[in-house]
Design a protein around this ligand. Structure first.
Ligand code: UD1
Ligand code: UDP
Length: 367
């Protein structure tokens, strides 16, 4: 069976890397195509996991619109399909890359496997445009790898054939464990060494990230106001690797620059970010991947979104939905930085690190 793996952004690369590594380990041939919807943020992941794309569509443009990006992906991936005949294309999650590559594959009568299938809020504006992206990919896909039983049930409720849905856990946990193992066995880099020098890890570290389109404007302003308020406590060291989307950069740098315990830094390479997460007491984020990773590190996450498709983390007390409401963020931060809060015993509902093994077992069984 001729396999093509295709992704375009940082989180997709992190979550698809374990699948690429598992294929390599079993000597199963595959081709890798990156749309490069992201550029620097993608390349650092390729570099860390030593992945070498066979096709690089190089599509990132500054502040690119969704329609322009979608049109470019459809056009450029079609040329890859002209080059080689594939039997199965593996796409991931809910980005414009995944939905457009799935659509292009469908147009060329190529089967599609969807990794991280079945996540839903059923609110097409939250997250925007990801909820519709994953629903589109879900309609097209021939095989669905659901991270949790809830995700599987969502697909069954949509009349997807149960035989085509496999619950595997999330491959991000595989990526996290691979990375933690490397760090434990001595991996370091200049970024990690610089972080150690630059910041005071005797204080409580509050790690912040954010990039959701539905929060652009007022949402981001309210989150920044909360961070300003939290920074009045000088026992807290706030570290914020700022996403490269210009709509995020502008408001965050305008509102949070120049405060002694707020450190705005460039996005971190994956191992440095994992290292920093492991040193943090609390994370404030709208990231899907971070909601999944943090429970394995026993770090609570305040989710700055109004909805989440990752309800399992909320139910198990690992994450907390606070929206972009300034006072909720401040109050919950104060509560969770209390030394009596103990998340050490919560287990990670998103998997135990063998998702890519299960996915490749299933794909091998199709031969
Ligand atoms: C995208 C995905 C989102 C995913 C997120 C992960 C879509 C519509 N959005 O959002 O689902 O959760 O990635 O981070 O698929 N940029 C750079 N360098 C980079 C990356 C981005 O400069 O390496 C800037 C560019 O100006 C680019 C802009 O960020 O045009 C937006 O990138 P884009 O991929 O469209 O959206 P994200 O907000 O990153
Ligand atoms: N991450 C990273 N560097 C950073 C911030 C995040 O490597 O500076 C990792 C993080 O560990 C997680 C993924 O990137 O695996 C999350 O990406 P993002 O928040 O951009 O996207 P989402 O998960 O929301 O789709």
């Amino acid at each position: 069976m001729k396999l093509l793996i295709c992704f375009g952004t940082r989180p997709e690369a992190i979550k698809m890397a374990p699948i690429c590594l598992e294929l390599k380990k079993r000597n199963i041939p595959y081709k890798l195509c990156v749309t490069a919807q992201h550029r620097e943020m993608l390349d650092q992941v390729l570099n860390f996991f030593q992945l070498f794309p066979d096709y690089d569509l190089d599509l990132m443009k500054p502040n690119q619109g969704l329609n322009g990006l979608s049109a470019s992906i459809l056009n450029e991936i079609d040329k890859v399909f002209d080059e080689e005949n594939f039997d199965l294309v593996l796409v991931h999650g809910d980005t414009t890359t995944s939905s457009m590559v799935a659509l292009a594959a469908f147009h060329r009568n190529i089967k599609v496997a969807h990794i991280e299938a079945g996540l839903r809020t059923y609110n097409k504006l939250s997250p925007f445009p990801e909820e519709l992206n994953r629903q589109i990919t879900g309609r097209i896909a021939d095989y669905h790898f659901a991270p949790t039983h809830k995700a599987r049930q969502n697909l069954l409720n949509e009349d997807v054939d149960a035989a085509k849905v496999v619950v595997t856990g999330n491959t991000v946990i595989d990526a996290l464990f691979i990375t933690l193992d490397k760090i434990k066995t001595g991996f370091t880099n200049t970024t990690i060494e610089n972080l150690k020098q630059q910041f005071n890890f005797n204080k409580k570290v509050l790690l912040v990230t954010g990039h959701r389109r539905e929060s652009f404007g007022q949402g981001f302003k309210s989150i920044c106001t909360a961070i300003l308020e939290i920074s009045r406590n000088k026992e807290i060291e706030i570290i914020y690797p700022v996403h490269l989307n210009p709509n995020v950069q502008k408001v965050v740098y305008e509102m949070l620059s120049g405060i002694d315990n707020i450190h705005l830094i460039a996005p971190l390479d994956y191992p440095s970010f994992v290292w920093l997460m492991s040193k943090s007491s609390l994370i404030i984020s709208d990231s899907g991947g971070i909601q999944e990773e943090a429970p394995s590190l026993h770090i609570p996450v305040l989710v700055t979104r109004n909805t989440t498709e990752r309800d399992e983390g909320i139910q198990s007390g690992c994450s907390f939905l606070v929206g972009t409401d300034t006072s909720k963020i401040v109050e919950k931060t104060t509560e969770l930085l209390n030394p009596n809060v103990d998340l050490l015993h919560n287990t990670n509902p998103y998997g135990n690190g063998d998702a890519s093994t299960q996915i490749i077992n299933f794909i091998e069984s199709l031969e």
